[in-house]
Design a protein around this ligand. Structure first.
Ligand SMILES: [Zn+2]
Length: 186
């Protein structure tokens, strides 16, 4: 089995080739975090040498499960590429899309994984597909071929690109906002 850090690095490279360069940071650290089922990526600054690094929290059992590691790390590679806080529906949709369509996961394996996505991820996936089916290069174009965070992509830029106002608005919503709209009272 490849080391999870190697798997992640390869996915980030693959994502860069399709969606443009990653943010500037010095390193990526994978941190085992108990029994979490959903990994999490954040960025922090190392004050001693003034460098920025990406931190991916990964459930402990993922380190021993190659298939699970590939699936979760493909998703996190998108957050490592150009993640923003708060995360937008565009970013979460792209992460879900890339976790199912990459050089390692595809075909029947992708179909099986897609069938067990939760309702929220299924919704984000449907949104990003509306964009990518029509404009496969939209993400790279909207990042201007540079290391632009996903969260900086504006509704007006999507509309100017040709996307409907309605789709542009929902893609730029934070996932927190999406949840409160879709799941009122919860
Ligand atoms: Zn995610």
């Amino acid at each position: 089995m490849l080391k999870p850090t190697t798997v992640l690095r390869r996915f980030i490279e693959e994502a860069e080739n399709t969606y443009g360069p990653k943010l500037r940071y010095s390193s990526v650290a994978l941190v085992p975090e108990g029994e979490i089922s959903n990994p999490f990526t954040s960025f922090c600054t190392d004050e001693t040498n003034q460098s920025r690094m990406a931190i991916v929290l990964l459930g402990e059992r993922t380190f021993a499960d190659e298939a699970l590691a590939e699936y979760q790390l493909a998703h996190e590679a998108i957050h490592c590429l150009a993640g923003s806080m708060p995360t937008t529906c565009l970013e979460e949709g792209l992460a879900t899309h890339f976790s199912l369509h990459n050089s390692v996961i595809n075909g029947d394996r992708a179909k099986r994984l897609e069938n067990v996505l939760d309702q929220e991820r299924t919704a984000y996936l449907a949104l990003i597909r509306q964009l990518l089916c029509k404009w496969p290069n939209a993400i790279r174009d909207l990042r201007h071929g540079g290391a632009r965070p996903f969260g900086e992509i504006k509704i007006a830029e999507l509309v100017e690109y040709g996307v409907s106002q309605e789709l542009a608005e929902i893609l730029c919503k934070s996932t927190d906002e999406w949840r409160t709209l879709r799941l009122p009272g919860s």
